[in-house]
Write a protein that binds this ligand. Structure first.
Ligand SMILES: [Zn+2]
Length: 90
């Protein structure tokens, strides 16, 4: 068995370390908008969150996205995150 290094990231919602692949990267772009980044290639600061409504909502509530992006979120950005939570179901 080969030992593989799995890149781990912390979910900003439940704050657990999880394999990067199982988390959703959310990017705060240079234009101040927030969008999910399934490819991990968008420019801007990223935050990782479990792709479920609970973690996204928790992160929103505790301002974890602001912390990860190191700046305030616009109403629009918050709305796209809530929409993302709704889409995730749960
Ligand atoms: Zn989580």
């Amino acid at each position: 068995m080969k030992e593989k290094k799995i890149p781990m990231r912390m979910c900003v919602g439940c704050r657990e370390m999880k394999p990067k692949k199982t988390l959703l990267r959310v990017v705060h772009g240079p234009d101040g908008t927030v969008s999910p980044d399934p490819t991990g290639r968008k420019p801007g600061r990223g935050a990782y969150v479990c792709p479920n409504a609970e973690c996204i909502r928790t992160a929103l509530k505790h301002k974890q996205f602001e912390r990860a992006f190191e700046c305030a979120l616009s109403d629009e950005a918050r709305q796209s995150l809530s929409a993302l939570a709704d889409k995730g179901g749960g």
